[in-house]
Design a protein around this ligand. Structure first.
Ligand code: BG6
Length: 461
């Protein structure tokens, strides 16, 4: 058993991520898991502790999850250090707030350009500290900068104490991909190039970049969601079964899979930008950043050789949903003379906003002729996921459990895949808001398509 962290420090306490994700997760940890250690926010905003508490309350109210009892407990644990991350006195004050804590967890909800500065500052907190470090994505800007960041962090923290967040790994339905695949014997024999035609993953978001113009304009869709969330989903879907008893067994197989993905070829990538993006505050008026990406990938392994994989992710699309479509091959010979629509044999895995795992099959339509119809067998259907991913991940990191975090070699393999297309300065192709992106994405998928467009969530009861 690894020791539990005895304090939780979060840098970027007055920022967007803290507001959107960290306060709800902290309240959840207090309420569901009895978190009872000092929780120290750090930021440079000229704020007081009372202002931070008010911000926490506002965050929880705006998410509709304010729980009076848990919130009272949370505020009793909350502390605040206001200071510049470059100023040594900030860390002196943090040391005071930490009191007797020996194993703090430090969560860096700050831009990656500041990771090194803060890691160095944390190293001054003193000997005898067995601290853990949680860092947000994107981890670096490309393969080389991620490697540099690793070198800096490893100077102060051993690899097993570094937790690289990709919140998709904390999502229940993403874990369910692995569970369903490897807890049933029937999928493994058909999960390969002999039975699978193609794979599609679509991450559609109806909203634009909202108030994150500055961040997004330095990032773009490839760095923001493709390099991390999309490739992690792909790895869960296509990795080999874990072997051995090591707790790292799953990450071993993911690393092996990602190392086998062929680096992206610019000819197989379509970059788009929604009309109106350049007028978003914080975005350059001549920005060439993509808000949409569609790509064709291949995995160079015996299992997957020749199976095209299509991933697309974009903002300002017709709806918000993330869905996977695994298209099975038709039988080697059609026995009944009829038109068979594409993807009539499939597995559909919907990750959000609601959760579905379904198998698409063909059955006979009642009547005299041997004519069929497509049906879907729904294996699981839930309105939404159970525990918010950030709560799950922060709880795991507090316990030193790293399975659901990026590992150095995994993150490196992910950058290796996208590195060749990161520095495209050519203007992306414009697309209308509320459309499915540039028409060139349809040309990219060609006869392996069409793209499967997820449907809106069914209205609740
Ligand atoms: C974040 C990206 O990592 O993931 C956002 O920065 C994106 O741009 C978000 O909107 C999507 O996460 P989820 O959990 O809402 O699918």
């Amino acid at each position: 058993m690894r020791p539990v962290s005895d304090a939780l420090v979060f840098f970027g306490a007055t920022g967007d991520l803290a507001y959107k994700q960290i306060f709800p997760s902290l309240q959840g940890l207090v309420r569901d898991e009895g978190l009872d250690v000092p929780i120290i926010g750090v930021a440079k905003a000229g704020w007081s502790l009372d202002q931070l508490k008010a911000r926490a309350k506002d965050s929880l109210s705006s998410h509709g999850c304010l729980d009076a009892k848990a919130f009272a407990k949370l505020t009793s644990l909350l502390r605040y250090v206001d200071g510049d991350y470059n100023d040594p006195s900030t860390y002196v004050r943090l040391r005071q707030e930490l009191g007797d804590a020996k194993r703090p967890l430090h969560y860096l909800a700050i831009p990656p350009s500041l990771f090194g500065t803060v890691a160095e500052g944390l190293a001054t907190l003193g000997a005898g500290m067995d601290a853990r470090l949680v860092v947000e994505k994107p981890f670096g800007r490309d393969r080389e900068s991620a490697r540099q960041l690793d070198r800096i962090l490893n100077r102060f923290f051993p690899e097993e104490n570094i937790f690289r967040i990709d919140h998709y790994l904390g999502k229940e339905p993403v874990q369910n991909i692995l569970y369903t695949r490897f807890s049933n014997a029937m999928f493994e024999p058909i999960w390969n190039r002999i039975y699978i035609n193609s794979i599609q993953i679509t991450m559609a978001e109806k909203f634009g970049v909202q108030d994150r113009g500055k961040f997004y304009d330095e990032t773009g869709a490839i760095r923001d969601v493709f390099q991390n969330h999309m490739l992690q989903v792909l790895a869960s879907l296509t990795m080999d079964p874990p072997t051995g008893e090591e707790c790292d067994a799953i990450r071993e197989q993911k690393a092996a899979l990602l190392k086998a993905v062929r680096p992206l070829d610019a000819a197989h990538v379509v970059r788009g930008q929604y009309a109106g993006y350049q007028s978003v505050p914080g975005v350059k008026s001549d920005s060439t950043i993509e808000t949409f990406v569609a790509a064709k990938l291949f995995i160079d392994s015996w299992r997957w050789a020749g199976v095209p994989i299509f991933i697309r992710a974009g903002k300002a699309l017709p709806l918000t949903a993330t869905e996977i479509m695994v298209d099975f091959k038709r039988p080697p010979r059609e026995s009944f003379a009829e038109f068979i629509p594409p993807a009539s044999g499939h597995m559909r895995i919907r990750i959000s906003p609601d959760v579905t795992i379904a198998l698409g099959l063909r059955v006979k339509h009642p009547g005299e002729g041997m004519q069929g119809q497509d049906v879907e067998l729904i294996l699981t259907e839930q309105e939404s996921a159970f525990m918010p991913p950030y709560q799950r991940l922060l709880g795991d990191a507090m316990h030193g459990i790293g399975d659901l975090f990026g590992r150095q070699d995994i993150v490196d393999a992910q950058w290796r895949i996208v590195d060749s297309v990161l520095n495209e300065n050519a203007p992306p192709i414009a697309y209308a808001q509320g459309s499915w992106g540039p028409k060139e994405a349809s040309q990219l998928i060609g006869t392996d398509g069409p793209w499967h467009n997820p449907l809106p969530a069914a209205p609740g009861p």
